[in-house]
Design a binder for this molecule. Structure first.
Ligand SMILES: [Mn+2]
Length: 332
């Protein structure tokens, strides 16, 4: 149970807030930030939203007031250090802030984390964390409803809707309960437009993204009796197609849509290493596999980063580990 009363106290008793989220923010990250800021606005608080990453182009509509700033140490050091409260949304490990990590860690002010991932690191004073929630936006919904700190209007409902819609794979993942649909109904009742929100996020893809998807799909391979599928995206692919790392979101889920595939891995080469997105079906705890490589996440969705490592050299080893993981798990 999350202590919403404590969270209410922290918000009421402080004046200046710094809000941030993880690298490569998704719609839950950005939506949660915007919903949290709408609460700040209604309460007359002073706040800044500062992220390591720029907001992906398909999520910019959520930030219609241009609240989000991209981190610049020269511009933001003073504000971050002097904020009464530092708010970490939708992540649970300090290194997910990348360039902001040190400044966040060094701050002696109050730090809080609101999140729904498993196994949180100890990097804040207060955790408002529960992995049973479908999205961080879902936690914020419950917080606003239970605390009655502000009225839940359209300006809050829209980003929360975007957060829940995307983190539930458009209302199809496991945590999409009847209760969650009732919450969605209430959000829609505020007057938001679900069709518009979906279209903004998913149906406004740039051509380069679709081309990159095509390129990645041609790399799709199945191993381990067709139970493990993987795709590879290289820096060369990004360059030749003029595509971005953020374009790869959701690609990994397509691997999982292949008949018989239980485990999906998407290898993405970065400028300084590579990252792997892991997905699984049923009760396969894929976050445990990601954990072997210092990563983490949820039961069915996780990730790991390999800084300064050579992707093509590492892939065989990671695939071996994945096979072993699958064998051990199906045995038990
Ligand atoms: Mn999330």
């Amino acid at each position: 149970m999350i202590d919403f009363q404590k969270l209410t106290e922290i918000i009421r008793n402080n004046q200046t807030f710094l809000v941030t989220t993880h690298v490569n923010p998704d719609a839950d990250a950005i939506g949660s930030e915007i919903a949290f800021c709408e609460v700040m606005i209604k309460l007359g608080k002073v706040f800044k939203v500062i992220n390591h990453s720029a907001t992906p182009y398909n999520l910019q509509f959520l930030d219609s007031k241009n609240l989000i700033e991209k981190f610049d140490i020269n511009l933001h050091e003073e504000y971050v250090s002097n904020s009464d409260v530092l708010v970490a949304l939708d992540f649970n490990r300090a290194d997910r802030m990348v360039s902001m990590e040190m400044l966040f860690r060094e701050s002696t002010k109050l730090k809080i984390c609101i999140d729904h991932h498993q196994n949180p690191e100890d990097f804040v004073n207060f955790k408002f964390v529960d992995s049973k929630y479908a999205a961080t936006g879902h936690i914020l919904y419950d917080f606003i409803k239970q605390s009655k700190i502000v009225k839940l209007d359209k300006s809050i409902a829209a980003p929360i809707y975007a957060a829940i819609m995307t983190d539930t794979g458009s209302f199809r993942f496991e945590r999409t309960t009847a209760e969650l649909h009732r919450i969605i109904a209430e959000l829609v009742d505020t007057g938001i437009n679900p069709t518009e929100i979906y279209n903004e996020i998913y149906d406004e893809s740039r051509l380069s993204k679709i081309k990159l998807l095509g390129k990645s799909l041609t790399s799709l391979k199945l191993i381990a009796d067709n139970k493990i599928g993987y795709m590879i995206i290289t820096q060369e692919d990004f360059k030749t197609l003029n595509a971005l790392e953020s374009d790869t979101e959701n690609f990994v889920n397509l691997i999982l849509s292949v008949e018989g595939v239980k485990v999906a891995l998407l290898f993405i080469e970065l400028k300084n290493g590579f990252k792997v997105s892991f997905r699984s079906k049923d009760d396969l705890p894929i976050n445990e596999l990601a954990g072997l490589f210092g990563g983490g996440g949820h039961l069915n969705a996780a990730g790991a980063r390999f800084i300064n490592s050579n992707m093509s050299q590492m892939i065989p080893q990671i695939l071996n580990e994945a096979e072993e993981f699958l064998i051990n798990y199906t045995k038990g």
